[in-house]
Design a protein around this ligand. Structure first.
Ligand code: ADP
Length: 406
């Protein structure tokens, strides 16, 4: 099946057109600065042919029209007719408590997404806009929603409830949801394949370290705990997000600096994390460079970043009651041997032993623990788009079978 995978952000649309039979990316691209007259579309075909177009793209409806047009383009496209797009898979950030797996999008599903806007006010509205635009420009083509939160929906209450009045959970759905679910699911399943062992029998900790970072504890294929919470602000230190914090700190700073709610929200989301501690950058490459040049605050940022991951590995090993594998993924997890080394160092007492030579190899999917390490450590590049495409193809096929049966 040929599936158009869409990730609609507030001012961007990322897309990949994937043939799920052979897992081949036929074309991919990005539209940035939607809402301005200087929007940029970058499109790349499977053979490397690349184009960049700048123009006015005022909303998501027009952006989707452009995506379809460039896929149809005579010189740069990959299809002759829009009916060759057999299904659309959308990355949807927040499914709340309503979705524990991917779903075929219906009017009822769109209404449920609208009901969940309060939980993800920045992310769900553009996701919904993308869905509506596809209904208009690709009428009759099935669409599937794949949720960042879904994989974590089987967490037990002891992992998802916060120590605040229970009424707030009932009234406002305040609980841990967790994010990056598609990535945690993909890399943990892949680790089981690489270990040649049944996924249902393994205890795995996955570390997704990108601009946003999260850890998940996966027991027999079920996410039993994860570090991001009600929002993607909780847990690890991130590029610009603070992660775990004493909740009285924002209240204290608001009083001292006379900050509004919006300002303190910006401080925690945009001016904290690696950027906030180092004052250098939110980019791990810059942090490591500055640290190696003797910048003390960059060193603090690096150390806090790694220490928090190490603490989660300890906590989740206890939560899982044992551990078979650790997986690193995301831009930092896949590329930074320094971060992996710092995180894994001194964990031999848990049966985790890093092979420095394998860790230092430049890239690619691989095992980086010593041959005799009880716990296997992997680097596995994530591929969220592929998971979305495969889920979409599966759900659409199942649905077609149902329709045909009736
Ligand atoms: P996103 O979460 O936006 O998808 P990525 O997964 O691409 O982001 O991760 C971005 C992060 O990966 C940045 O902090 C960047 O510095 C880091 N990164 C990319 N390459 C390297 C590298 N070679 N060494 C260290 N960090 C890297």
């Amino acid at each position: 099946m040929k599936v158009l995978v869409l990730n609609c952000g507030s001012s961007s649309v990322k897309y990949q057109f994937i043939s799920t039979d052979d897992k081949k990316v036929l074309a991919k691209g990005l539209i940035e600065r939607i809402g301005s007259s200087g929007a940029i579309l970058t499109h790349q075909r499977y053979d490397g042919d690349t184009i960049k177009i700048t123009g006015e793209i005022l909303d998501h409806d027009i952006a989707i029209e452009y995506v379809i047009a460039v896929l149809l383009s005579k010189n740069h496209g990959v299809i002759k007719d829009r009916s060759e797009i057999e299904a659309v898979g959308h990355r949807v950030v927040h499914g709340g408590e309503d979705f524990s797996g991917s779903v075929l999008i219906t009017d009822a599903v769109i209404q449920t997404l609208r009901n969940n806007i309060e939980l993800a006010p920045l992310h769900n509205p553009p996701n919904i806009k993308g869905i509506i635009a596809c209904q208009k420009h690709l009428p009759g083509i099935p669409q599937v929603g794949v949720f960042d939160t879904a994989f974590h929906q089987k967490m037990p209450p002891k992992a998802y409830l916060y120590g605040i009045p229970y009424i707030l959970y009932k009234k406002y759905k305040i609980r841990r949801y967790g994010f990056h679910g598609t990535s945690h699911l993909f890399v943990s399943k892949r680790a089981a394949q690489l270990m040649n062992q049944p996924y249902e029998k393994l205890k795995i900790i996955t570390c997704h370290l990108g601009n946003g970072c999260s850890v998940a504890a996966i027991d027999g294929g079920i996410s039993i705990d994860t570090s991001m919470g009600f929002t993607p602000l909780e847990g690890l230190l991130m590029g610009t997000r603070c992660g775990d914090l004493d909740p009285s700190i924002p209240l204290h700073v608001m009083g001292k600096e006379e900050l509004t709610l919006a300002e303190v929200n910006t401080m925690l989301n945009k001016h904290s994390g690696l950027m906030g501690i180092s004052g250098v950058s939110n980019d791990m490459r810059e942090i490591i460079k500055a640290m190696n040049e003797g910048n003390e605050r960059a060193k603090f940022a690096f150390e806090v970043f790694c220490y928090k991951i190490k603490k989660y590995i300890g906590a989740y090993t206890a939560a899982l009651g044992g551990l078979d594998a650790i997986v690193f993924t995301g831009g930092i997890g896949e590329n930074s041997s320094e971060v992996r080394k710092e995180v894994i160092s001194n964990l031999e007492f848990l049966g985790i032993e890093l092979d420095e030579g394998k860790n230092n190899l430049t890239n690619g999917e691989r095992i980086i623990s010593k041959d005799n390490s009880k716990v296997k450590v992997f680097v596995i590049p994530t591929n969220e788009e592929l998971v979305i495409a495969l889920d979409t193809a599966q759900i659409v096929s199942e649905n077609q079978v149902l329709v045909n049966k009736n």
